[in-house]
Design a protein around this ligand. Sequence first.
Ligand code: ATP
Length: 270
Amino acid sequence: MSLLTLRDLRVASAAKELVHGVSFTLEPGEQLGLVGESGSGKSLTAMSVVGLLATGLRASGSVLLGGQEVVGQPDRRLVPLRGAVASVVFQDPRSALDPLMRLGRQLAEPIRRRAAREGRALTASALKAEQLQWLDRVAIAEPERILAAFPHEVSGGQRQRIAIAMALACGPRLLIADEPTTALDVTTQAEVLDLLDGLVKAEGLALLFISHDLPVVARITDRVIVMRQGDVVEEGPARRVFTRPAHEYTKALVGAARRLEAALAGDELP
Ligand SMILES: Nc1ncnc2c1ncn2[C@@H]1O[C@H](COP(=O)(O)OP(=O)(O)OP(=O)(O)O)[C@@H](O)[C@H]1O
């Protein structure tokens, strides 16, 4: 059974429809990219998967996550799916972190929730060992200082690493990453992306990776869906979409990415 199946997902505000019927499936362990310019409906599609649309927005159609319908379900039905089946890493790690709580306490929460779900007793020393293990897996140096720190006392890259650790510590089968590196500087972007890619593959997780950056998506996903103004305009293997785009809009996205790469490399622009 597919881990995730969207059938004719539509998202509308009181004023208008914003996502016009998106359908796709995601298999366990598969990495899928969702690309498109700003405002194309990527985030609304992704947030519909976990039933986290803003007030005033309504989803219709069907989203089956881990075999359970998400659309139209009350929060109490969705809470058990969040973290256990799918968890989310957002563009700005501050949205996942409480500014007034030490990072160690925040990281302890998903570790405790997972242990409770799995019926494991967790002693204080076992909890500490798991916290340190997660910090190691997200390549955080000075783990003791970081555990005792508040979010504003660590760098943006470290905040995102902690947010990734928290998302994975829940033990999900699907990780949704919504522009997870956009808020970081270029060097940190590459490091965090490699980290995310490595962890997802090591854990055998499915990934729904959202970005406007087609080359990045092509690098870490198997398959790509291209969205424009609330519609899917192209879907296919990541390499093929990047090297031989079929739709005019995808051609424009690829062309823009190539021009940017050439400019950064100091080549002459075509
Ligand atoms: N709460 C809301 N109320 C009304 N319209 C919204 C709301 N959230 C998003 N929209 C609109 O829905 C459309 C799709 O938004 P969405 O956030 O999914 O785009 P996106 O492709 O993720 O863009 P970005 O890359 O900038 O995040 C946009 O036109 C946006 O303005």
